[in-house]
Design a protein around this ligand. Structure first.
Ligand code: PAF
Length: 286
């Protein structure tokens, strides 16, 4: 089947309504494009779970702050379409900004607790932008299942809560972080890194590894684990910590000790590029 490219939201609705009428199971993989192996893993998961695999590519302006990288966010539609074909995508939805946000648009979804702190603290309004566009994509694509990466840990938690709170009848699937051979988490923003920043960017995965090793050695105090992670990050000249936090892996509440699965979440500016990474830590007794 040739890859179908749809730009008009109404046309997408018609296509998925047809598919649903035919009893086909729909998977949606929402992305902002510039696809890499992390996205390919999401598409593979979607392909496994559905008859109609829909990929959306939309650099969503409402999730970028005024001083963020919306204007220079990397784009490569031809490359994305090649990845989509190779991954067996059936339909790519590539809407214009005006089609998603018509004149006078003013509706936003706020997941009030989970959007606070972590990335929400340094990116005010970010998660309202994410939740709103994803809700809109859900309405348009009417998927049975939607696939997201676990690298954006807080995003997945926010979206899970939105789906639960607003009774979306959609299964959300999280896919583990895909890494480069040397451990750097795949991200479209890695394209911004200079050669020396690319080296410094490895401090994130090293910080996670250091904390994990300490937990394996019996350390449960989250203050000491955060300090150890910060120490690793401080060794990278171009790295500046935005946050290093340990939170309950499910509720994202702060925790003093690792007694349940706990996510160590990092956001670090390497030069001007803000990178995130995370790892769920568990003691052997959990
Ligand atoms: O994770 C992303 O790429 C974006 O936040 C998403 C989920 C596609 C919403 O714009």
């Amino acid at each position: 089947m040739p890859l179908e490219i749809v730009r008009d939201p109404r046309e997408l609705r018609l296509r998925v309504e047809d598919a649903r009428r035919d009893g086909r199971r729909i998977a949606l993989v929402p992305t902002m494009g510039y696809l890499h192996d992390g996205h390919v893993a999401l598409l593979a998961e979607g392909r496994r779970r559905a008859d109609l695999l829909v990929l959306s590519i939309f650099v969503n302006p409402t999730q970028f702050g005024p001083n963020e990288d919306l204007a220079r966010y990397p784009r490569d539609l031809d490359g994305d379409l090649a990845h989509a074909r190779a991954a067996g995508v059936d339909l790519v939805f590539v809407p214009e900004v005006a089609a998603m946000y018509p004149d006078g648009y003013q509706t936003y979804i706020s997941v009030r607790g989970l959007e606070q702190g972590l990335c929400g603290a340094s990116r005010p309004g970010h998660f309202a932008g994410v939740a709103s566009v994803v809700a809109k994509l859900f309405h348009l694509a009417q998927p049975h299942v939607a696939v997201f990466g676990e690298k954006d840990y807080q995003q997945l938690a926010v979206l899970r809560r939105m789906v639960r709170d607003l009774d979306f009848h959609i299964e959300l699937v999280g896919v583990p972080i895909v890494r480069e051979l040397d451990g750097l988490a795949r991200s479209s923003r890695n394209a911004y890194l200079s050669t020396s920043e690319r080296v410094d960017a490895l401090s994130l995965v090293r910080a996670l590894g250091r904390a994990e090793a300490l937990v394996r050695g019996g350390e449960c105090d989250t203050g000491r684990l955060a300090a150890a992670a910060r120490e690793v990050l401080a060794g990278a000249a171009s790295a500046r910590v935005d946050y290093v936090e340990l939170r309950d892996a499910e509720t994202l509440e702060t925790v003093a000790r690792i007694e349940r699965p706990t996510v160590l979440a990092l956001a670090v500016f390497v030069g001007k590029t803000r990178l995130i990474d995370n790892r769920v830590l568990t003691t052997t007794s959990i």
